[in-house]
Write a protein that binds this ligand. Structure first.
Ligand SMILES: CC(C)(COP(=O)(O)OP(=O)(O)OC[C@H]1O[C@@H](n2cnc3c(N)ncnc32)[C@H](O)[C@@H]1OP(=O)(O)O)[C@@H](O)C(=O)NCCC(=O)NCCS
Length: 179
């Protein structure tokens, strides 16, 4: 268990998978993710097996986000961990829509960045976010992520192309006292 201010992070268990299926079955949750079709439980189980292997090879970190009261609301991870460049890509989903816009995403990211910079000794954490994902962009800016650039027409969704921003935060920019 990793304790944050408003959230706690813990490794995913097989029992969590039906909740993941439920979240990614919701088009509103999927809209800004690379997931464009709902998953079956069997697909989710295959994904989980592969994810556990990647965690064991230290290629990624994958954690569930719970409220301080223990309610499972989402997941968060560091992917494509590059131990030479000391960089990784952050991904996050608050799957429970009722919890959007209440600070949980920001707190989960802060909690994970604390581990990334102060335990894993990473230097840079970046993410990709759809240019029209205003909630996501606002959340990342609040944490301290900076805009790096824009991939033009990088995402095809709902019949049209959308730009995607790259944002990043360096270890020197992360303010741990906000925890
Ligand atoms: C993106 C996501 C992780 C953000 O987490 P969150 O808990 O909702 O974000 P926070 O509450 O920490 O911060 C959101 C900020 O955006 C603001 N906001 C909410 N809706 C908004 C909107 N439609 N437009 C602009 N800002 C908005 C909130 O008010 C808050 O800012 P504030 O604290 O200044 O008021 C979460 O909403 C989510 O998982 N969404 C669905 C999947 C997704 O988009 N994943 C990310 C892919 S890059």
């Amino acid at each position: 268990m990793i304790l944050g201010k408003q959230v706690r992070l813990r490794p995913p268990e097989r029992d969590d998978l039906p909740r993941f299926v439920q979240w990614f079955g919701d088009p509103d949750v999927r809209r800004h993710l690379t997931v464009y079709l709902p998953f079956s439980l069997a697909q989710e189980e295959h994904w989980f097996e592969a994810a556990v292997q990647k965690v064991e090879r230290r290629e990624q970190v994958l954690l569930c986000i719970e409220t301080a009261e223990g309610e499972l609301i989402g997941n968060i991870g560091l992917h494509a961990i590059d131990w030479k460049e000391r960089s990784a890509e952050l991904g996050i989903t608050i799957g429970e829509k009722a919890y959007w816009g209440q600070g949980y995403g920001g707190q989960a990211i802060r909690t994970l960045l604390d581990v990334a910079f102060r335990e894993m000794n990473l230097h840079r954490v970046f993410l990709r976010v759809d240019a029209d994902n205003a909630r996501g962009i606002r959340c990342y800016e609040k944490v301290g992520f900076q805009w790096e650039g824009t991939y033009r027409d990088a995402v095809f969704r709902e019949g049209t192309y959308h730009d995607q921003h790259v944002m990043s935060i360096l270890e020197t920019e992360f303010e741990t006292d906000e925890q």
